[in-house]
Structures are given as structure tokens and as C-alpha cells.
Design a protein around this ligand. Structure first.
Ligand SMILES: Cc1ncc(COP(=O)(O)O)c(C=O)c1O
Length: 396
């Protein structure tokens, strides 16, 4: 039988990798240059300065040829020693993977249990830190926007909990799906290591991993004993200051990053957050109109990057996701880990707009029909009413 041919644009609505702007793709289409040339040094310095503005920091930024997982590893290896204790929170699959990585490096993780439906409770962090009289906990690790659940937590709330406990632990924040999506303030929030990856709100292909490193974290680096080589901060931070790299850098990604940063600054960081808030709210209105439930049970913790949708009892969410892809060419995120088969996720992050999100929502609505899911129609209309000029729907 002939293979079914697809025509028209594919809808990439996984919550990362996100759509890469055409401008960024064209910027990557640049002949390679010598990475030991002044031209490349200037490019690296410009890109690092741009990321300092985006992460709102004066601190050092280390950029690795890695995905977000490499940036997690870099954060741990550069600040901690074998047997050190860290305090984490089970926000979902990514927090769990980070914890497993820490344990594989011989760290001991006090992992606060979570139900994957609520954000971390800062009071619980405070309680555990106050109880840690000997200051054996060396770091608090938190995923800002948990991409497996669509739940975002308050980093200022976590910071205040650490301060109230008068505890010296480092604060490490995974901003992989919050940078360029939610407000993010590395310096003001007293974050010691911000971890990020290029392929979501930063509007790049996968391939760059970031550590933003406070002075306190750099000081911890001096005594940290976990073995590290490729991910060692010191040569990377020193080299990045002069624009050089301790090894062959992903040159094309730096051309891309320069363009993506320019696009983010043209729009303005606050406007980027507002756009994501609107698109996320439109998606949630669609879900409610369908009569389905959003996995995040706490409205103040809704993530802007994605919405995780629970399917009715007895329905396999992954089969629904597959049907939507097959029939309408919309890629959605699968349920990960504990929620596999129970949810699917609509990504609405990065280089996206009203009609791209409406298109994805329409594909979901049509695909749920094909898959035989019992739901009320009208979700797409609810999103249109919210994003469009229908003043009655806005309550204006
Ligand atoms: C919140 C979060 N942290 C970490 C990761 C891991 O990043 P990567 O897949 O780029 O290694 C992801 C990936 O989706 C993520 O969403």
C-alpha cells in the first residue's frame, strides 16, 4: 500500500523542542568560521551578554554543547562532593530524572514527595531546612516549570523559604521550560545555578545547555570534589569571558543564538511572558469547554509552556495522541512516567502565536472525535473567543 503522504505544515506542539523561527534557521545557514578567530570570540561574547540579559543576571554564563540533561549534570558536578545531601521535590518526571542522576553520582537526595498535580510547598522546604541543624543539605534543586505536568512553582517562594530557615544551601533551578516563557530573574531571586536548554522558550534547536553561575556557586566549585572534566566550569567560564572555548564549539548554534536573542529582545521579555500567558489560558479554556480536566490542580501554578490534559477513565491518552498525529499531523507530548497513558500534553511555547495554537487545539478536538473520546465540542471555539475580539466571551 502506498505510504500516506502529508502535505502542508506539520504542527509541532510537543512542549519542546519547539518551532524554530525561520529567521533563526536562516542565521544558522552560515559558513563555518574559525572558532579561534576574533570574529567567533566576538560572537560568543555577544551571545553570553544576551543571555545575561535574558536570565537577568550579572553572573557568569557557561554554555555547553549539550542538552538540558548535560546542564543538570554540570550543575551537580561543579558544586558538590561525593555523599553530599541535596533537597529536591518530586514535581514530575524531570525532577525524578534529575534526582536519579544525582544518586548515580553518589549524592544523597532528600526527595519531598509530590502527587504531580501541585507545586512545591515552600513551607515544607523551610521545615526540612530548619530541621537540618548541621547544614548537611548542600543544595536545593527545583524544576521551575515541570514539563511533564504543566505545573510551575514560585522560585521567589522557594528562595524566601531558604532565607527564613537561614540555611546556606545553594539554590539550583531548572529553567529548561521556563526561560523565555515565564518571568525569570536569576540575580533578584538569589538563584545560584540556573540550568537551561536551548530548544524550548529560547527558540533554538536542541544542542546548547546553559549554567548561569552565582559567585556563591563559583566559590562552592573551588571545594567541590565530584570528578568532572568536560563539564568543568572553570575552563568554560574563563574561556567564555574572552569568547573562546575549551573545545570545538557548536559554531552554527552561536549564529542561531545571536538571532534568537535579537528576536526575544525585539519583542521584549515582559511581552513574551504575556503572550505565553494568553496562549496558555486559551488552551485551558478549550480543555474546560471539552469537559476534560487539566492535570495541574492549582490554578496559580499553571505553566505557560504547556497544558497536560487528563483523558476520561478507560481511555488511553497515548492512543489519542497517536490518532491526532496520524489524522491531523499535530505532534503532542505523551504522558511521561507515572502519568503515561493518562494525559497528553499540548505545547504552546516559543515561536508560536494565536493561530498556531488554535490550529493545534482544532487538531486535538477533531482527533479526539476520531479516537472516540467522549467530550463536549466547543473547545476550539472557546479558545477563539478568548483570543479573538468576541467581547462577550471576554466578559468585557
Ligand atoms: C524541565 C526539563 N528539565 C530537563 C529536561 C531535560 O532536557 P534535555 O531533554 O534537553 O536533556 C527537560 C526536557 O524536556 C525538561 O523539560
Amino acid at each position: 500500500m502506498a505510504k500516506k503522504v502529508k502535505r502542508g505544515r506539520h504542527f509541532l506542539n510537543v512542549p519542546g523542542p519547539s518551532n524554530v523561527p525561520d529567521r533563526v534557521l536562516r542565521a544558522m545557514d552560515h559558513p563555518l568560521i574559525d572558532h579561534r578567530s576574533q570574529e567567533f570570540f566576538d560572537l560568543v561574547k555577544e551571545v553570553c551578554a544576551g543571555y545575561r540579559r535574558i536570565f537577568r543576571t550579572e553572573s557568569a554564563v557557561a554554555i555547553y554543547p549539550s542538552s538540558g540533561t548535560g546542564a543538570w549534570e554540570a550543575a551537580l558536578l561543579n558544586t558538590l562532593s561525593p555523599g553530599d545531601k541535596i533537597l529536591g521535590f518530586e514535581s514530575g518526571q524531570f525532577a525524578t530524572l534529575w534526582k536519579v542522576m544525582a544518586e548515580r553520582h553518589g549524592l544523597s537526595v532528600d526527595f519531598m514527595p509530590g502527587d504531580w498535580r501541585h507545586p512545591v510547598d515552600p513551607a515544607e522546604i523551610e521545615r526540612r531546612l530548619v530541621a537540618d541543624k548541621s547544614h548537611s543539605i548542600k543544595a536545593v534543586t527545583i524544576v521551575h516549570s515541570e514539563t511533564s505536568t504543566g505545573i510551575a512553582c514560585s522560585i521567589p517562594g522557594v528562595r524566601q523559604a531558604i532565607d527564613r530557615a537561614k540555611h546556606p544551601a545553594l539554590l539550583m533551578v531548572d529553567s529548561v521550560s521556563s526561560a523565555g516563557v515565564h518571568e525569570y530573574r536569576h540575580d533578584e531571586w538569589g538563584v545560584d545555578v540556573t540550568i537551561c536548554g536551548s530548544q524550548k522558550g529560547l527558540m533554538l534547536p536542541p544542542g546548547l545547555g546553559y549554567n548561569v553561575v552565582s559567585k556563591k556557586a563559583l566559590a562552592a566549585n573551588k571545594t567541590a570534589k565530584l570528578p568532572r572534566a568536560y563539564f568543568d566550569w572553570q575552563p568554560m567560564v574563563d574561556a567564555n569571558q574572552s569568547g573562546s572555548f575549551p573545545y570545538t564549539p557548536p559554531i552554527s548554534m552561536f549564529f542561531a543564538a545571536k538571532e534568537a536573542i535579537a528576536m526575544m529582545e525585539e519583542e521584549g521579555l515582559d511581552n513574551i511572558v504575556a503572550r505565553h500567558e494568553r496562549l496558555a489560558e486559551a488552551t485551558r479554556r478549550a480543555v474546560r469547554a471539552w469537559g476534560l480536566e487539566i492535570l495541574c490542580a492549582e490554578p496559580r501554578a499553571y505553566a505557560n509552556a504547556l497544558t497536560a490534559i487528563m483523558v476520561p477513565e478507560g481511555v488511553n491518552a497515548d492512543a489519542v495522541r497517536a490518532a491526532i498525529l496520524e489524522h491531523y499531523d499535530v505532534s503532542l507530548g505523551a504522558g511521561l512516567g507515572k502519568v503515561f497513558g493518562k494525559v497528553f500534553r499540548i505545547g504552546h511555547l516559543g515561536w508560536t502565536n494565536e493561530l498556531m495554537v488554535i490550529g493545534a487545539i482544532a487538531g486535538v478536538e477533531m482527533g479526539m472525535g476520531v479516537a472516540g473520546v467522549k467530550f463536549k465540542s466547543g473547545g476550539t471555539q472557546a479558545a477563539i473567543d478568548y483570543l479573538g475580539g468576541n467581547s462577550a466571551a471576554h466578559g468585557r
